[in-house]
Design a protein around this ligand. Structure first.
Ligand code: 5CA
Length: 165
């Protein structure tokens, strides 16, 4: 059996362990239908798109950074550049997998092989609960935004360039 650290079969277990280590007894939910995109996740979970956390990986110069963005928002990469003081480039699928240990569509907010500097969309803070990916395109978990802040050590910022819906 392949027990590589990035083995996607165990992705939700790795997320659960990371959450547990951070003091969160997560209710990771597995769905038969896709939660790959924010819209699909909202429909599947039965919540608003704004309450879905997009985990967007970028390269700041050559280092990965993570932006946790409300599903209704489009990330302002110029703003991320100002925040990081670096040139921002989009990470390709391979880079995302290497940096996070997870495939696009399932990237969680924590549980990485090495810490990734994290920025959190201020718009997420308005909700009682938000839903983030838990390692695969069919696993998500609910979390209070304040807890998301705490466990990621993320910096809250105005990250949205415009509303997509
Ligand atoms: N499970 C859902 C919601 S919890 C989820 O992971 N959404 S997401 O927005 O965080 O992940 C999809 C994002 O991955 C897209 O918004 C897009 O920014 C990025 N993405 C999709 N395809 C690619 C690709 N080929 N290369 C780089 N990034 C991609």
């Amino acid at each position: 059996m392949d027990l590589r650290m990035d083995d996607q079969r165990f992705a939700p277990d790795r997320v659960r362990a990371a959450l547990s280590a951070a003091g969160i007894d997560a209710r990771i939910e597995e769905f038969p239908s896709s939660t790959r995109t924010a819209q699909e996740a909202a429909t599947t979970v039965g919540t608003s798109v704004g309450q879905i956390v997009k985990s967007l990986v970028f390269l700041a110069d050559t280092s990965p950074v993570l932006a946790l963005v409300s599903g209704v928002n489009r990330l302002d990469t110029e703003r991320l550049g100002t925040l990081t003081g670096a040139a921002i480039g989009k990470a390709d699928a391979t880079t995302v997998r290497q940096a996070t240990g997870y495939a696009i569509g399932g990237v969680p907010p924590i549980g990485f092989p090495a810490p990734i500097p994290t920025f959190i969309d201020r718009d997420l803070l308005q909700y009682d609960v938000v839903w983030a990916a838990a390692g695969t395109p069919r696993h998500v978990f609910p979390i209070a935004p304040g807890e998301l802040l705490r466990i990621t050590g993320g910096r809250v910022a105005d990250l949205a360039t415009d509303k997509t819906i």
